[in-house]
Design a protein around this ligand. Structure first.
Ligand SMILES: [Zn+2]
Ligand SMILES: [Zn+2]
Length: 249
């Protein structure tokens, strides 16, 4: 079975366009995982009719709230609502466990002290060292986006498909190898033009497209100005992210 991608959320940190924060659900048929878990991810999964208990692994690109804070609500939901019976693995940059637990304790004091009804395991992912979790191999590249820990672009290989994700970053050369030959490259495109510190604009991404060998590039994490002009972009290999969109990778 190919990878089936459901966009749980593709917004920026600020709710631009009413979009939810970052979360991509990948269904391999017999295995499901989530890429990033922004603060609104449980809302998004509910909207999409996706059962969090069906997800085995959550991969986190970087430790900003719109990409990992959803873990706080995920853990509460798993404990008290979904009554999760199965183990959960969370893969992310160095320090992810401490950052997630600090966030959970800040927002719901005592929540991390309750005996967990399921096994929760954090695995740190280091740039340049491929990591295999179940049927998924992920490789991280460090990008330019300060988050209190290394921020990563991620390349996923599973079920004979390759999915690449830029995470949040300004243009860096790492985006060429991370997306090399990928079936789909999900690329942050925060702004329409101009340089933006620690984010990418369409103007800069377009300039670098000749070196991107992914079959399709999907623009995501757009601010209001980019959202307003996104339909000016008409190239057959460029897709525009939309909450709730389902794509066969
Ligand atoms: Zn972000
Ligand atoms: Zn960020």
């Amino acid at each position: 079975m190919p990878m089936k991608l459901t966009i749980v959320g593709c917004g920026d940190a600020f709710g631009s366009g009413g979009r939810l924060q970052t979360g991509y659900h990948i269904d391999l048929g017999d295995h499901r995982f989530l890429i990033d878990c922004g603060a609104t991810s449980i809302i998004g999964l509910n909207r999409c009719g996706i059962d969090p208990n069906g997800i085995s692994t959550i991969f986190i690109s970087h430790l900003h709230g719109d990409h990992f804070a959803g873990l706080v609500w995920w853990l509460l939901h798993a404990q008290h609502v979904a009554k999760r019976p199965n183990p959960l693995v969370v893969v992310g940059p160095p320090g992810i466990e401490a950052r997630a637990m600090t966030a959970a304790e800040t927002l719901f004091p005592g929540s991390t002290k309750v005996p967990r009804r399921y096994e929760l395991k954090f695995i740190e992912c280091h740039a340049g060292t491929p990591l295999t979790v179940g049927p998924v191999t992920v490789t991280a590249w460090e990008v330019s986006h300060p988050s209190g820990a290394p921020s990563h672009a991620l390349r996923f290989e599973a079920g004979g498909k390759i999915l690449a994700f830029s995470g949040d970053t300004e243009w860096v050369e790492a985006l060429v190898p991370v997306s090399s030959g990928a079936d789909l490259f999900i690329a942050e495109c925060y702004a329409f033009d101009g340089p933006v510190k620690f984010h990418t604009s369409w103007e800069i991404l377009e300039r670098n497209l000749p070196r991107i060998t992914a079959k399709h590039v999907m623009l995501t994490h757009m601010n209001n100005a980019m959202l307003a002009r996104r339909h000016e972009i008409s190239r057959p290999n460029i897709l525009l992210a939309e909450d709730g969109l389902v794509v066969d990778v």
